[in-house]
Design a protein around this ligand. Structure first.
Ligand code: NAI
Ligand code: MG
Length: 794
């Protein structure tokens, strides 16, 4: 091509990044890569290997260990052995290592960027400018958290050995999101990268070696889903952090349901990209490119559903099409390309199949006129218009460069469409009207909200989802809590006696009652009879019948959940307003303190003086949460861009709360009040041993102006009712204070819709001991953080 003709056509020439260093790195490690266990490079006990390819050429890059159970076991034991030393090192010591890792990553950033691009197929421009700088930033930021741990999280300690399983779309970035907070908080790690992209994780292990990280603190094993499953099932692992498909997320939830392993799951998405008619359309077009063609659309939070206001829809589609025509696809190491290769043929096939379904469903397909290179795993940028909201391509995560567009007329309709998904990871909102943007942002159910921007990430801001996008956050202070546990938890004891009483009570269900009191349910602010018409006896601790309560069933729970939903306005009441209602509640409980004390005495056969202490403690606890209602406030994260990142604490929505058997009144109050203080509405299952303490509250709730439906109370068999709550699609979070078996059932059942659960595994806190009921801990479980990114300036 002559200079004159280049000048004429303005065609881009290739601008290849050198792969020499990366190829040398691979050559030096032939024939097989090893894994990093206990500070040593070891061949897999399985003696098996898998191949990692370059998606742009389909050629083999390396062979990588395919580890088995024995390898996983070695890695976990190494991490376990390293734990006490790593904890003892203290925050400052750990900060120094994290800082050293960050420095080394920066020094080797070019090698990381090229190796990542070769192994994954993503443009080197992205790995060089986005992935690897963010990786370094993550380690720097968490070096800071290690240093500040004792200052900022004094009540918490490390969990222990954590198992981390990551996907192939952002191999190094996901590694840093997992390893940095884990190490900062004093945990040791076994991490498994995804089978398609193990290389940079092994390079990272070399960095750990270079900085002299103590043996066993970080172990990197490679392998496939079966290797991951061995990690999930290993008894010495205290926490599993996973990023990947919703399908595997559910498998992990179920596999760990009968254990006390903590889990955090960052799963799929179908994130809306909402464009209002007053948006700056040229910025929108570039936003769309970043939302769905960044990383070939293989991004969990990709803006894959374009929702456009009808008046500008055609105009915007036209602009997008002409921009698509100019996108450049090709070898990932070419610095001038926009779109690289899809990670593997299997993923390409998934994309092709889903696109085919879209065509069959009658949506209108548009792709640029140019052809993709034929020697790698390439797929062209694709736009579907005329898409029905319920169609497969509008609902399923495609995980490829495919955008589906729909239009809306009003902001309300935009919100409805945006929330018409089982996921809730992220959303972006485009409008020049800040009032509109900030009105819409809280209404869309997703963990991250980008206003006039998209796919912005930073270590200081938590990332994670709602609903089937999983739970837990990565980044920011909110992310640290995933890697710690309350120190005081170790004091919680199994309480045998209460359990026996409960068993006795249920055994006597059909005995002949001497009825003292019959309590109905409380639903939507009204007393209601049980649907099944069954009552059960309530016994005191000596086995005497002291009353009857309704025996709730599935239908009763459904009615209560409906009532709780109908009361969702409670979330929009001002915090001051909610506080006032709670103070009033405390006041009215005080007015009837004698009556409640007597009731407790008759249920527990104890002195009135002792019972009065429980009533007084309950009143004080209501005061505590009334106080916190307008003080557990949100903050602004210091992300390094020209924007305000609002970390908004939001209520979960409708919560199921299964109250403890110990301390029948105080337990109920301590669990239910923090939830409503934050704006949740609640379906509560009171103590099985003394449910009358909860049912006696009806009148107090009524006289205290607690709006109908904010607290709903259904009595009955705790474990049966909690299973119904766990299965219910419209319950957003579930707390369960009860038996080990009950906890297991709740966690297992909740896997279906991935709701957040908090269970106690049969270990009871002392509800009178303020240290066991740290308000901050309860409030955190009653809220989730939504990070709203609001850019400013030009
Ligand atoms: P995947 O969920 O199967 O793999 C993610 C990681 O989990 C890998 O390290 C894999 O080895 C491991 N794994 C697989 N099965 C496991 C098990 N039973 N127990 C423990 N670990 C297990 O995802 P895959 O098959 O690579 O991609 C399939 C789809 O998942 C994609 O098309 C996309 O829709 C979604 N996905 C979402 C990601 C996200 O960032 N949220 C990332 C990757 C995939
Ligand atoms: Mg590869």
């Amino acid at each position: 091509m002559s200079v004159a003709s280049i000048f004429e056509t303005m065609e881009y020439g290739p601008a290849p990044e050198s792969k020499e260093m990366a190829e040398k790195w691979l050559k030096d490690r032939k024939p097989n890569l090893k894994q990093f266990i206990n500070g040593k490079w070891v061949a897999p006990k399985s003696k098996k290997y898998m191949v990692s390819n370059n998606p742009c050429s389909q050629k083999k890059l390396a062979s990588v260990p395919l580890s088995n159970k024995a390898d996983v076991n070695d890695a976990v034991n190494a991490a376990d052995k390293a734990l006490s030393g790593w904890v003892k090192l203290g925050g400052h010591g750990r900060a120094r290592y994290l800082y050293a890792i960050a420095r080394q990553i920066q020094k080797h950033s070019r090698l990381f960027a090229v190796l990542e691009s070769l192994d994954n197929g993503k443009p080197v421009r992205e790995t060089r400018d986005i992935d690897i700088p963010l990786v370094a930033r993550h380690f720097y930021h968490h070096a800071g958290w290690a240093q500040l741990q004792s200052e900022k999280l004094p009540e918490y300690k490390e969990i222990g050995v954590v198992g981390q399983i990551i996907p192939w779309n952002f191999p190094m970035l996901m590694l840093s999101w997992k390893i940095a907070p884990a190490l900062a908080m004093g945990n040791t790690v076994v991490l498994k990268p995804a089978e398609f992209t193990s290389l940079t994780a092994l390079l990272f292990a070399e960095i750990c070696e270079q900085v002299g990280l103590p043996d066993g603190v970080v172990n990197i094993i490679t392998g496939d889903g079966a290797t991951g499953a061995e990690m999930v099932n290993h008894p010495k692992i205290g926490k599993i952090a996973f990023t990947g498909s919703t399908e595997v997320g559910k498998i992990i939830r179920r596999a760990t349901a009968d254990t006390e392993k903590k889990i955090s799951l960052e799963l799929g998405g179908k994130s809306p990209f909402v464009v209002f008619e007053d948006a700056d359309l040229d910025s929108v077009v570039e936003g769309v490119v970043d939302a769905i063609w960044f990383n070939q659309g293989q991004v969990c939070c990709a803006g894959s559903r374009l929702l456009v206001q009808e008046s500008i829809a055609e105009k915007l589609y036209k602009k997008i099409r002409s921009r698509m025509e100019k996108l450049r696809i090709g070898n990932a190491l070419d610095k001038g390309i926009d779109i690289g290769a899809i990670v593997a043929p299997v993923q390409l096939k998934t994309i092709e199949d889903l696109v085919q379904k879209g065509v069959e469903e009658g949506a209108e397909l548009w792709q640029p006129s140019w052809e993709c290179p034929s020697d790698g795993c390439f797929y062209p940028p694709t736009l579907f218009t005329n898409v029905a909201p319920a169609s497969l391509i509008a609902q399923e995560e495609i995980f490829g460069p495919v955008l589906v567009a729909m239009s809306f007329r009003t902001p309300e309709e935009a919100v409805m469409l945006a929330n018409n998904t089982r996921y809730g990871l992220a959303a972006s909102i485009w409008t020049e009207n800040i009032n509109l943007a900030l009105d819409i942002a809280p209404k869309i159910k997703a963990g991250t909200m980008w206003i006039n921007c998209t796919n912005m990430f930073d270590a200081a801001s938590g990332f994670g989802g709602y609903r089937e996008s999983g739970f837990g956050r990565e980044g920011g202070i909110e992310g640290l809590y995933e890697y710690v546990k309350l120190k005081v938890e170790e004091e919680f004891k199994p309480e045998q006696k209460q359990k026996e009483v409960a068993e006795k009570a249920s055994a006597q269900k059909n005995g002949l009652p001497t009825i003292d009191k019959t309590a109905k349910f409380y639903v939507g602010g009204k007393q209601q009879r049980p649907d099944g018409g069954y009552m059960q006896n309530v016994l005191d601790t000596k086995g005497n019948v002291i009353g009857q309560v309704g025996e709730g069933n599935r239908k009763d729970i459904r009615n209560a959940v409906e009532a709780a939903h109908a009361a969702s306005k409670w979330a929009n009441a001002t915090a001051h307003n909610r506080a006032q209602v709670l103070y009033y509640l405390a006041e009215n409980l005080e007015a009837r303190a004698d009556e409640f004390a007597e009731r407790i005495s008759s249920a527990l056969n104890q002195s009135t003086r002792k019972s009065m202490q429980e009533v007084e403690a309950s009143i004080e606890r209501i005061f505590i949460y009334a106080a916190f209602a307008d003080k557990y406030d949100s903050h602004v994260h210091a992300t390094p861009y020209r924007n305000v990142t609002l970390a908004m604490k939001e209520p979960l929505g409708v919560m199921g709360i299964v109250c403890p058997n110990e301390a029948p009144l105080l337990g109920f109050i301590s669990a239910v009040i923090p939830a409503i203080a934050m704006g949740n509405t609640v379906v509560a299952i009171p103590s099985e041993t003394a449910p009358l303490l909860a049912t006696d509250l009806y009148q107090v709730l009524e006289t205290s102006d607690v709006p109908g439906g904010v607290i709903n109370i259904i009595t009955g068999n705790k474990d049966e009712l909690s299973k119904v709550l766990a299965n219910h699609d419209d319950v957003d979070g579930l707390w369960y204070f009860g038996s080990k078996e009950g906890s297991t059932k709740v966690q297992f059942a909740a896997a279906e819709n991935m709701k957040r659960t908090w269970v106690n595994f049969g270990r009871n806190r002392d509800w009178f001991n303020p240290k066991h009921v740290t308000p901050e801990y309860f409030l955190r479980h009653a809220t989730q953080i939504k990070n709203i990114w609001v850019p400013y300036g030009e």
